[in-house]
Write a protein that binds this ligand. Structure first.
Ligand code: HEM
Length: 278
């Protein structure tokens, strides 16, 4: 194994947090051509949810008829699905490193974490402002009038300490407690799954969410992570890793593809300001 790869392994601790640690940010292959372009491509994707919602928001601000009602019909579908997809991409960063040893993408963990916060914050703000037709009452009722709303709101609020501490200064200030704060990511994960279970029961979106979550959770188990990491570095168990990798990607795709389709359908309807009212 080359020195560069040995360094690649040691440069990134097998941490699993909301942010990218300093040493990973300064990793040597961050500047490599393809990696840099890929990073910007994945960053550009983060604009999609906001672009999809922009026409409805602008119409509402301009006082167009149906402006508010359109946002109300779109917001949870477009921003809820986007927030979840961004979260999943963020959670995929560490397993991708474990299985491939790639490092170019590690910087995206922080970007995706911060974008997730902004998508969820926009979601809750628009929900509080516009969903009175579905959840009559005050803005508080619109974000907390049902158990599934409480779960969505809680998940969003839990992102606040995560995003506030997603920087090196907070990391220095919190010292060894920083990791504990970042572990709130797992509480967010569980809370989002509760939100989706309460909404959909054992069907559709909740099952897709479980399907994308399962491989990401499995690859975080210390035993699995250590085994994969060690066999990758020693080039052993290649066939087993290939078969396991294909099975994990397949499980991930079973959940991810329908969620991305949902965003494409609901998002394009929102973009042309013609959301389905269900
Ligand atoms: C981390 C934050 C959140 C995530 C990841 C999330 C995720 C999701 C997802 C994936 C859906 C399914 C969308 C679909 O049917 O296409 C959904 C639905 C929904 N969410 Fe959230 N959500 C979050 C926060 C919130 C908040 C803050 C609220 C409101 C206060 C909310 C209210 C809803 C409602 C009402 C639905 C049902 C939409 C429908 O099927 O008509 N969510 N959420």
């Amino acid at each position: 194994m080359s020195t560069r790869h040995t360094h690649a392994y040691t440069a990134i601790p097998p941490t699993d947090t909301f942010v990218t640690l300093a040493r990973a940010e300064n990793s040597p292959d961050r500047g490599s051509g393809y990696g840099r372009h890929a990073v910007w491509f994945f960053r550009a994707l983060l604009l999609i949810p906001f672009a999809l919602m922009a026409p409805e928001v602008i119409s509402a601000i301009m006082g167009q008829p149906d402006g508010i009602a359109n946002i109300s019909a779109s917001v949870a579908d477009v921003l809820g699905t986007s927030t979840f997809l961004i979260f999943i991409m963020m959670l995929a960063v560490t397993p991708l490193y474990t299985t491939t040893g790639w490092r170019w993408h590690v910087i995206l963990r922080r970007d995706y974490g911060i974008a997730m916060f902004f998508a969820a914050a926009t979601d809750i703000t628009l929900a509080a402002a516009t969903t009175g037709d579905t959840f009559p009452g005050s803005p508080l009722t619109r974000v907390g009038g049902h158990t599934f709303l409480v779960a969505g709101t809680l998940a969003t609020l839990l992102l606040v300490p995560l995003v506030l501490t997603a920087n090196k200064r907070a990391q220095r200030w919190l010292g060894r407690h920083w990791k504990s704060v970042q572990r709130l990511t797992y509480v967010v994960w569980g809370t989002v799954l509760v939100h989706l279970f309460l909404l959909f029961g054992l069907s559709t979106i909740f099952l897709y969410a479980l399907a994308v979550s399962a491989p990401l959770a499995l690859l975080r188990m210390p035993f699995v992570r250590r085994w994969w990491d060690a066999s990758r570095r020693t080039h052993s168990h290649r066939a087993l890793r290939a078969v396991a990798g294909i099975a994990l990607i397949a499980a991930f795709a079973v959940g991810y593809v329908p969620l991305a389709q949902e965003l494409a359908v609901k998002g394009s309807a929102a973009f042309v300001q013609s959301p389905a009212r269900d």
